[in-house]
Design a binder for this molecule. Structure first.
Ligand code: RP5
Length: 166
């Protein structure tokens, strides 16, 4: 799987194509904001050389944030972070036997010195990682900041318009 739109400023990587169901929510959010991204499978344990090459080349290729999703012994976000200074946003993917608690703890418990900003398990985490990347980019992009403000306003309006079936 590989998707590229314009010159990517956000990289989305995941440990397996089985992570797509969750990670597509990051992709969709970046598409909604028109943020150029790339998305691909980079497995820490099945393709470690490619993982290092991806991380080592990320900044020079123009990436300003990397969203990394993985499940189980989820070392992908941490290992990517170890090889680049581009901010890494980790998404714990639900796992088959431990429901993603293993993924969460693997990603969030980084030793001091190599940060991985860690999000919620699953779909919300993937979408929020993308929103965090948008917010980071919006610090130096007024048009994107305006889009983010509008997104928040629409969300607020939708919540206020909620009707309960009572
Ligand atoms: C991790 O192992 C992946 O991120 C995935 O969540 C999990 C299972 O991978 P598959 O066996 O489905 O390829 O590396």
């Amino acid at each position: 799987m590989s998707a590229t739109e314009n010159k990517p400023v956000v990289g989305i990587v995941m440990g397996s194509s089985s992570d797509w169901e969750v990670m597509q929510h990051a992709v969709n959010m970046l598409k909604d904001f028109g943020v150029p991204f790339e998305a691909q499978v980079v497995s820490a344990h099945r393709m470690p050389d490619e993982m290092f090459a991806y991380a080592e080349s990320a900044r020079a290729r123009g990436l300003r944030a990397i969203i990394a999703g993985a499940g189980g012994a989820a070392h992908l976000p941490g290992m990517i972070a170890a090889k680049t200074i581009v901010p890494v946003l980790g998404v714990p993917v639900p796992s088959r036997y431990l429901s993603g608690k293993d993924s969460l703890l693997s990603i969030v418990q980084m030793p001091k010195g190599i940060p991985v900003a860690t999000f919620a398990i699953g779909e919300a985490g993937a979408a929020n990682a993308a929103l965090a990347a948008v917010a980071m980019l919006a610090c130096s992009d007024d048009a994107l900041a305006a889009q983010l403000e509008q997104f928040r306003a629409r969300q607020t309006a939708a919540a206020k318009a909620s009707v309960l079936p009572v």
